[in-house]
Design a protein around this ligand. Structure first.
Ligand SMILES: Nc1ncnc2c1ncn2[C@@H]1O[C@H](COP(=O)(O)OP(=O)(O)O)[C@@H](O)[C@H]1O
Ligand SMILES: [Mg+2]
Length: 318
């Protein structure tokens, strides 16, 4: 399939929320007391949005399908995505729900987080316009455990994407309920690229070793990429296993969104028909770039900035 013929390279289907981050809180929050935070930031949260935003900054044509409320936080989500050139015309604004929000309380190296999922819980596959399947080359889905309605239709969604000739990827992300219910026998056959991190694949397969985890799902899975933080990542396919170590960053600011940026790097190369080794190497690079600035999108202001960090910090020309 030719990328040039499609309106969008990648359609991202997933959760949207705003992060309200309170920093430099004088002491840990206590019930019944008021404390002062010296700094706060309101920023685009959610794995899917970080993925979409950074993939677009890398140069792909990206559209988003999801659900937000019709409130001030909805405008923040929309504006942040638009600023990064992500098409937002298929994000539903629903008056009945609030836009999801995560309040992050940072104290020293510790943090407490509270999330109100809001509209993201109410988005189902029947709300994705049919035309997006013909306009896109690839679909990426993320954070299935935060989106119960979407999760119910997941195997149908990937089946439909394959019927339309799209390539597909899935990052399951963490299950806050830690139940890890995942119908891999029906879902994974239609997922070309499966992108869990190490903890997630071990939970999903009830194993304690990534090779055993792959063994368990290999009759159903296509390409499985296991992210392992600072250790790098491993790719498993029916014919080979490739491990690449991470790029060394001596000065990690934080790893928030590193996995989503890794996904963006991998899928960027994947849709351009690169070899698996090239996809994995670039994914590691983009994951490492993510750790050079605060939050999931801090290091991805522009393509020029990405090139500069790749060259100056990691000695890689892109
Ligand atoms: N400290 C780090 N230094 C360099 N690269 C990193 C670092 N942390 C993460 N990465 C890169 O980002 C990828 C994803 O990070 P990981 O923490 O495994 O994912 P997730 O955010 O989904 O848990 C890693 O596979 C690696 O390539
Ligand atoms: Mg992740």
């Amino acid at each position: 399939m030719n990328l040039e013929n499609k309106k969008y390279d990648v359609l991202v289907i997933g959760e949207l929320n705003v992060d309200v981050i309170l920093n430099k809180i004088h002491s840990f929050p206590e019930i019944g007391k008021e404390k002062i935070a010296d700094e706060f930031t309101v920023t685009l949260g959610s794995s899917s949005a970080i993925f979409a935003s950074n993939l677009s900054t890398l140069g792909a044509k990206v559209a988003f399908a999801g659900k937000i409320g019709n409130d001030n936080f909805a405008s923040i989500v929309e504006n942040c995505l638009k600023q990064k050139n992500v098409n937002t015309s298929n994000i539903i604004k629903d008056n009945s729900f609030k836009t999801g929000v995560t309040i992050v309380l940072n104290v020293g190296n510790d943090r407490a987080m509270i999330t109100h999922p809001g509209a993201m819980e109410e988005f189902g596959i029947d709300e994705i316009p049919e035309e997006l399947f013909t306009q896109s080359k690839h679909i990426h889905v993320s954070s299935i455990f935060l989106q119960p309605k979407l999760k119910k239709g997941l195997s149908d969604l990937f089946k439909k994407a394959k019927e339309y000739g799209l390539t597909t990827s899935l990052d399951p992300q963490w299950d806050p309920n830690e139940k890890w219910e995942f119908d891999y026998k029906n879902i994974l056959p239609n997922v070309d690229v499966f992108l869990p991190n190490k903890e997630e694949i071990l939970h999903l397969t009830s194993t304690h070793d990534i090779k055993l985890a792959y063994e368990k799902i290999k009759d159903y899975a296509n390409k499985v990429i296991v992210k392992m933080g600072i250790e790098g990542a491993t790719i498993f396919t029916k014919t080979k296993e490739v491990y690449l170590t991470s790029f060394r960053n001596e000065n990690v600011i934080d790893a928030i969104g590193a996995g989503d940026s890794f996904d963006a790097g991998f899928i960027y190369k994947f849709i351009h028909n690169s070899t698996l080794e090239e996809c994995l190497n670039f994914a590691n690079l983009v994951g490492a770039i993510n750790t050079t600035a605060a939050g999931g999108t801090g290091a991805f202001e522009s393509f020029e900035k990405i090139k500069e960090i790749a060259n100056n910090k990691f000695g890689v020309k892109i």
